[in-house]
Design a protein around this ligand. Structure first.
Ligand code: ATP
Ligand code: MG
Length: 306
């Protein structure tokens, strides 16, 4: 039985005037198996948070259904919710409690008593031990996000859902957080992650789905997604404009130019074109295409209906 099963989930937001409708999700179907570390990627507005809100029971699908370990998130809400630990994208918290109180209260919601040892472990692993008695409103943004992660995990849910957990989080916490989440995943917890940091997704996720305008446009093992793309990238800096014949296979960010090449022969051809045009690339590197290259290919590519 899948840990999470999305079955033809569609969502249309209607404004009161009903003049403008936003179709946030269109027939999204996928199964996430127990123990997977699954990435849900897509540009801003693709529908990731909408899908997670429906999974969390915070929002209702217009059609379709979602099951968590076989429990329907609408008709069997309590059982589905108990299996889930959700770290929301928005920082929502009650300013009147200390960090430890917030975690004890959250344990209470799930009927977990005598949770102090686990709460201490969470505080320790998330670098919050010295903030346990601080008031929530005294915490910095990154610290609040750590508390949200701890809150999601208080009842040791088998399925952990993280909606951009590392947005605005410093390098050190990112590393501690990933170390901890990876450990929980090794111990058997299923993880569903959304992030705009594609190198995180590439390193952590065994399988990835990409959403574009509410549709699944890619769904595969991370290694298969990487293998399916042009395997070589030339990266360099340059002040002069790029020769027009290379435009289609290139990406330019300020002075940084990245050009796709399928093989060594094509690398030579690209370098030949640059030389013939009198271009002088600086800091030239030739590397493997990464998930960001795959992502941009898919998002800029023709509409695909998966
Ligand atoms: N409560 C709402 N009412 C109306 N439209 C909404 C609402 N919430 C989201 N939308 C719209 O639904 C679409 C999907 O939004 P969603 O927040 O799911 O995207 P996302 O993939 O999480 O984006 P981001 O990467 O920016 O977090 C967007 O067009 C958004 O404007
Ligand atoms: Mg979102």
């Amino acid at each position: 039985m899948p840990a999470i099963s999305f079955q033809q989930v569609s969502k249309t937001y209607r404004s009161k005037s009903a003049h403008n409708e936003v179709r946030a999700l269109s027939e999204v179907s996928m199964d996430i198996e127990p123990g997977e570390f699954f990435g849900l990627l897509g540009p801003n507005g693709a529908g990731k948070t909408t899908l997670i809100s429906i999974l969390a029971g915070l929002s209702q699908a217009t059609s379709g259904r979602v099951l968590v370990h076989g429990h329907d998130v609408v008709t069997d809400y309590a059982a589905a919710r108990r299996s889930l630990g959700i770290v929301p994208q928005e920082l929502v918290f009650d300013p009147f409690f200390t960090v430890r109180e917030a975690l004890v209260i959250q344990s209470g919601y799930f009927g977990v008593r005598g949770n102090d040892a686990w709460i201490d472990e969470l505080l320790h692993h998330l670098g919050l031990a010295d903030k346990a008695n601080a008031n929530m409103r005294q915490l910095s943004g990154g610290m609040k996000r750590r508390v949200l992660v701890a809150q999601a995990l208080v009842h040791r849910p088998p399925v952990i859902v993280l909606d951009e957990p590392t947005a605005g989080v410093d390098v050190e916490l990112r590393q501690t957080l990933w170390h901890f989440i990876a450990r929980l995943n090794k111990e058997g917890h299923t993880v569903l992650l959304t992030t705009h940091y594609l190198e995180e997704a590439e390193a952590l996720c065994n399988r990835i789905a990409m959403l574009k305008q509410g549709r699944v446009v890619a769904l595969d093992r991370t290694s298969a997604l990487l293998a399916g793309t042009a395997s070589t990238m030339l990266r360099f800096k340059m002040d002069a404009p790029l020769p027009a014949s290379l435009a289609a296979q290139s990406r330019v960010t300020g002075r940084i130019v990245q050009i796709k090449a399928h093989d060594a022969h094509e690398v030579e051809t690209v370098l030949g074109v640059l030389r013939a045009a009198g271009c002088q690339p600086e800091d030239l590197e030739i590397g493997r295409a990464d998930l960001e290259d795959v992502f941009l290919d898919i998002m800029n590519g023709p509409e695909v209906k998966a």
